[in-house]
Ligand binder design. Sequence first.
Ligand SMILES: Nc1ncnc2c1ncn2[C@@H]1O[C@H](COP(=O)(O)OP(=O)(O)OP(=O)(O)O)[C@@H](O)[C@H]1O
Length: 276
Amino acid sequence: MAHLQDQISKFQRVQYPLDSNAYKILDEIGVGVSATVYKAICVPMNSTLVAIKCIDLDRSRSDLDSLRREAKTMSLLSHPNILESHCSFTVDRHLWMVMPFMSAGSLQSIISSSFPDGLPEPCIAVVLKETLNALSYLHDQGHLHRDVKAGNILIDSNGKVKLADFGVSASIYELNTLERSSSLSSSSRMRLTDLAGTPYWMAPEVIHSHTGYSLKADIWSFGITALELAHGRPPLSHLPPSKSLIMKITKRFRFSDCHDENHKKNRRNKKFSKAF
Ligand SMILES: Nc1ncnc2c1ncn2[C@@H]1O[C@H](COP(=O)(O)OP(=O)(O)OP(=O)(O)O)[C@@H](O)[C@H]1O
């Protein structure tokens, strides 16, 4: 029933114009590896604020098909905790993805500007609950996010929490990016094998496994994100990314010694509830 309502609300979505002239760029929000995100207004729609991700097709690590897939995935998903795309279209050698503008930015930027040692526990609880709602929906639809981290959790002006950035997301039903382990009929046995995500947040089985990985890889990254929100950075982040990967797959990794000395002192001063 809930799924049917999702489908109905998808068709009821307002149609944003597929023409770059309908948008007026106001500011640059940030620059990623192959994309720049701008704050803009959609003029024919009462100057509604939007964010436009402009992906340079010549610089992008992904081919046009996977970018189209990302845009399609975002436009088909419909959940209050998932950042949807209003529309997408190409402008010269760029793909424009028009999204809701999340004015408070990412949790990672909030932490680095105002909470370098981590957020208060009640805030963490709210953010984690909303993120789990998003993951639960995504997994029910057969999608792995594969890059869960504070930098991909965005907040809008009303404090709404949305999981963003589906650039490396994957469907467990897509045969070209996965191997089926033994049974052709069981989707839970479908496992991905390609390396995707950001090193400190990656599950050990994503880095190295003979049998591939599945939905639980997102839950590992979710756990690392919980620690990132609590302490201001993820475990092992005092090490170079490649060393953090080796530590994880050689099992020389304990949460109790995953920070440098300065950070350990801060950690000892922090108290969390037993539930956390
Ligand atoms: N809808 C949005 N509203 C407000 N800010 C956004 C929105 N989408 C992205 N941003 C911000 O724009 C910046 C660039 O985002 P983008 O996703 O392109 O790159 P990134 O996550 O920094 O890096 P990467 O290229 O590795 O994905 C980030 O600071 C992000 O928080």
